[in-house]
Ligand binder design. Structure first.
Ligand code: GDP
Ligand code: GDP
Length: 439
């Protein structure tokens, strides 16, 4: 599971600036989850080989003075609860404040890995100003400058230190990964995730088996169904009650993001009574960024009339156009309708994500495509597509070799992608087509 770093500190110390620096993005990946996380932003970061998630607790609403403290405390507590490591940000230029002491007092009670970051310390190495922060009892302050990027790398290294060594499954081969469908059910609060999972886990045909070695903090439920092995990765509150697992409703952005990253197939659950919302599109975008196979399951199909069904179809086509490759299933988790086809779609998406494509077949398909329609000449360059090989799985990557391939247009790449998809019957998985010119 990706480790999670929470940025905590009073307003204006530079948390958002640090967040942007750590995530290398201006945009938080998941903003405003149904109002639940209005004041917390989540971003993906990477240091060397290591992926991590950052939570910023930046913008609370300063309504009244008691309101500030209350809201900040709440945001801070929630972010800290979700985090593995906490970066406590203070402002060297402003100096130590009473609020810093309050936060420190609280952080001492939470039993997490806390790193004190003294921000705005550009040009202040070993400055006497740093010394007063020892008073917080949080160890040695690390001088950083979020605005200038100084010290940020070693800050991240220190924060991640206890977590990067238990990276699971680093060298599991594609073949091994292809054996088990690692399944995540993602969706907004109330779309019916718990209901679906409980319905699944209560199925007679599903045989739970013990599989040791689940990752830190993660609950996953291994089971077998019609000879296919699955591992259901927790996105919310999967709890073990004796030998039985039960999903309890508790939405967690972090768990959702981690589970998507850990899975190879995601069921994105939509609520037929609500249509496609911004949050649905956010999650969908994250699934696509991670290259995961995806099945769209429109839940609560029992509760909508024909008109709503048509509107819904249209809103999926418009708002989730970038998931055109994903099959759309209509289900009722509550009434146990449509679940057979859903299992079938999951299996097909998984098989597509791990499809093996041989070099001779790929090369033949490329030549046939070119014969059918050659790529356009760009000035004096005519792209020459010579051969293709498979560069990866989940998502499948097809690498095409040749000359002047940088002039192949996006439209032509989509044309090729369509031909590959058709030939290999790829459904439910993104497909990446990459061009590699030899000169
Ligand atoms: P937040 O409220 O804690 O999220 O703080 P912001 O990231 O919004 O930063 C507050 C102010 O501090 C902004 O004006 C930033 O430009 C400034 N700031 C942030 N990091 C640094 C830094 O490393 N050095 C200096 N000099 N200013 C910074
Ligand atoms: P979660 O927050 O995504 O885990 O959603 P829950 O599983 O807790 O479901 C939220 C609400 O939707 C509950 O009241 C469920 O009974 C209801 N619900 C779930 N699935 C269905 C369904 O297929 N049809 C209908 N009509 N209601 C459903």
């Amino acid at each position: 599971m990706k480790p999670v770093i929470a940025l905590v500190g009073r307003p204006n110390v530079g948390k958002s600036t640090l967040f942007n620096r750590m995530t290398k993005s201006r945009d938080a990946i998941v903003a405003d989850f149904a109002g639940l996380t209005r004041d917390r932003h989540y971003g993906d970061g990477r240091l060397g080989e290591h992926d991590f998630i950052v939570i910023d607790t930046g913008g609370f609403e300063p309504d009244s003075s008691t309101g500030i403290v209350k809201e900040m405390a709440k945001q801070t507590r929630q972010a800290v609860a979700e985090a593995d490591a906490v970066v406590f940000v203070v402002d060297v230029r402003a100096g130590l404040s009473a609020q810093d002491h309050d936060i420190a007092r609280y952080l001492r009670t939470v039993n997490k890995h806390v790193i004190l970051a003294a921000n705005k310390a550009e040009g202040m190495k070993d400055a006497p100003q740093l010394a007063e922060f020892f008073e917080l009892g949080m160890g040695e302050p690390m001088a950083v400058s979020a605005a200038h990027g100084q010290g940020v790398r070693s800050l991240i290294e220190t924060a991640l230190e206890p977590f990067v060594f238990d990276e699971p499954d680093e060298d599991v081969s594609d073949e091994e990964r292809a054996l088990v469908v690692r399944l995540a059910v993602a969706g907004r609060p109330n779309v019916g995730k718990s209901t679906l999972i409980n319905t699944w886990l209560g199925e007679e045909r599903l045989v739970a088996f013990d599989m040791p070695g689940t990752t830190r903090d993660a609950i996953s439920v291994p089971f077998e169904r019609n000879g296919q092995r699955f591992e259901l990765i927790d996105t919310a509150g999967l709890r073990r009650k004796g030998k039985v697992f039960e999903a309890i409703e508790k939405f967690s952005v972090v768990k959702t993001l981690q589970a998507i990253a850990e899975s190879n197939v995601v069921v994105l659950l939509l609520d037929a009574t609500q249509g496609v919302t911004d949050q649905d599109a956010h999650i969908a975008g994250y699934i696509l960024d991670n290259g995961r196979a995806v099945v769209l399951a429109v839940n609560k199909w029992d509760a909508v009339d024909d008109y709503q069904r048509q509107m819904l179809q249209r809103s999926i086509e418009q708002r989730l156009a970038f998931l055109k490759f994903a099959p759309i299933l209509h289900i009722s988790a509550l009434k146990r309708q449509g679940l057979g086809p859903l299992w079938k779609a999951i299996s097909e998406a998984h098989a597509s994500a791990f499809k093996k494509m041989s070099t001779p077949v790929l090369t033949r398909l490329v030549h046939e495509a070119v014969e059918f329609q050659a790529p356009k000449r760009a000035g004096m360059f005519r792209p020459k597509l010579r051969y293709a090989h498979q560069g990866g799985m989940n998502p499948p990557i097809i690498v095409i070799h040749g000359n002047s391939l940088e002039h192949v247009t996006d439209a032509y790449k989509r044309f090729l992608e369509g031909r590959f998809r058709e030939h290999f019957k790829l459904v439910g998985t993104p497909l990446r087509v990459e061009m590699r010119s030899s000169r």
